[in-house]
Ligand binder design. Structure first.
Ligand SMILES: [Zn+2]
Length: 479
């Protein structure tokens, strides 16, 4: 029961400021980790920033500042986003930290002898993807994602013998030893693996990297491939390679969950397990792959000018409301849409009228009836389907389960008309019913905490008072 839990997000490139798409990933990871904490499990949540990518050097060049200035400024914005969204974080790791560099060198040296070899290489490299392409995988000669011609690269690099892990990777995916959520994604990954895994370059020349990144141990002519570097953050953030302070969070009996977007599964479900197998380290247990967020039905892009600033949303609606939208309004594994109209609608319907109204009705009734002292010890029963939904990472369904209860108490209050009992001084009847409703509200306040930590805390605080009184509205209506 008290199994340790380790949850990570991917670490974004910091060549620009964060947008609402990454907020989705942070919120999913935080909801999960707060849920496990609520169940009393030792839980660790980590995010951070990938600062060694070539595109950071290029972005800095464009701005006329040094890469160090650029990554420091943008990393700060990402860290501020975790605060704005009320993410309960244990570690924010930057890949320019000494501790991370030590972890990468440690892992490099642990890779099985013979798995790393030198070879001359010629390939097509997309700097947007930080990845090589085969001619056949290009669209009219262009990167299918960035619509740019990849650069031809010819140099001597270190290679990783991925081909040696073909059958092992297939097996861990087939048996579910590495669980992929959702299933549909697992099939996609398996078919990629079955099509044949090829060795790949895990370094680039220091010259091509403009000297930016982590050099190969004992060979400063080569910089370690940014993905090998970035993936290692899951270990270096625990102290691997230095003090191993939290090493137990990567042990076999820790449930290790990576939360990531659908564009990076190849790195997390194929490359990363192969590196770990080569190094003789435990594998992650689950990769949870979310879809992409569109804005008003269109892909988020700077050129379209539809980048939604998550800080602005939090300022207007509060962090709970933004978290609610991201967890409720989309199926976690599918693409979903963001629109201000829908946020306004959900805010008013579910938060102001639904939960907010219920809390204000009940607390005001308690105040008038001088009722309180409701016991708030221990974990109350969760609404039906709540735990099952979270076991399946269906954040939307867990919230539906909570809101069904909210709706049914609100309806019960309307039918019961407790204000008539108040008018007729029928306190015994009223207190009896209030006790029942407050019991349900306690359950809601308790189990809503992973999603809406502020509102959950307000509800539990209000209920723990000797005399429950109504406070300011949890979610003032927005026009
Ligand atoms: Zn690309």
């Amino acid at each position: 029961m008290n199994k340790r839990i380790y949850i990570t997000t991917t670490i974004p490139y910091v060549n620009s400021t964060p947008h609402v798409g990454f907020a989705l990933e942070l919120v999913q990871a935080d909801v999960l980790s707060r849920y496990h904490r609520l169940l009393g499990r030792p839980t660790r949540l980590q995010t951070g920033t990938d600062e060694n990518a070539l595109k950071n050097v290029l972005a800095a060049k464009e701005e006329g500042i040094t890469p160090i200035e650029l990554v420091a400024r943008n990393a700060k914005a990402f860290r501020e986003l975790t605060v704005a969204l009320n993410i309960k974080l244990d570690r924010f790791i930057r890949t320019t930290e000494c501790q991370h560099r030590a972890g990468v060198h440690w892992l490099w040296k642990r890779l099985r002898t013979g798995d790393v070899y030198r070879q001359s290489y010629r390939g097509l490299y997309c700097r947007g993807c930080e990845d090589f392409y085969l001619e056949k995988d290009l669209t009219n000669g262009l990167c299918p994602i960035h619509h740019r011609r990849p650069t031809e690269v010819a140099e001597q690099n270190y290679f990783f013998r991925l081909s040696a892990y073909q059958s092992q990777i297939e097996e861990v995916l087939e048996t579910g030893r590495l669980r992929v959520v959702p299933d549909a994604r697992r099939n996609e990954i398996l078919s990629f693996v079955r099509s044949g895994l090829r060795d790949f370059s895990i370094t680039r020349s220091t010259e091509r990297a403009y000297g930016w990144g982590i050099e190969v141990p004992d060979d400063n002519s080569q910089i370690i491939y940014v993905w090998l570097d970035a993936l290692t953050n899951y270990l270096s953030g625990l102290g691997y390679g230095t003090d191993e302070e939290c090493a137990e969070f990567w042990e076999e009996d820790t449930l290790k969950i990576h939360v990531l977007g659908k564009d990076v599964w190849k790195f997390h479900a194929v490359y990363w397990p192969a590196f770990l197998l080569s190094a003789g380290l435990p594998l992650p247990d689950t990769v949870l792959i979310h879809g992409f967020l569109t804005v008003n039905g269109r892909k988020i892009s700077k050129t379209l000018g539809n980048v939604v600033d998550p800080f602005r949303l939090v300022r207007r609606y509060g962090s709970d409301a933004v978290r609610y939208y991201l967890a409720r309004a989309l199926v976690p594994f599918e693409d979903g849409d963001f629109s201000t109209e829908r946020l306004n609608h959900l805010y008013n319907a579910d938060l102001a009228n639904g939960l907010g109204n219920l809390v204000s009705r009940l607390t005001s009734l308690c105040g008038k009836a001088e009722y309180g002292h409701y016991g708030t010890d221990g974990a109350p029963q969760a609404p039906e389907g709540y735990h099952e939904a979270l076991d399946e990472y269906r954040f939307d369904r867990a919230l539906s389960a909570l809101w069904e209860t909210i709706g049914s108490i609100n309806r019960d209050i309307e039918v019961t008309k407790p204000w008539e009992w108040l008018r007729d001084n029928r306190y015994e009847l009223l207190h009896q019913k209030l006790s029942e409703w407050l019991g349900s509200l306690y359950g809601i306040g308790y189990w809503v905490q992973p999603f809406l930590p502020d509102a959950g805390k307000s509800i539990l605080d209000a209920l723990s008072e000797e005399k429950v009184t109504s406070g300011p509205p949890l979610f003032p209506r927005i026009r």
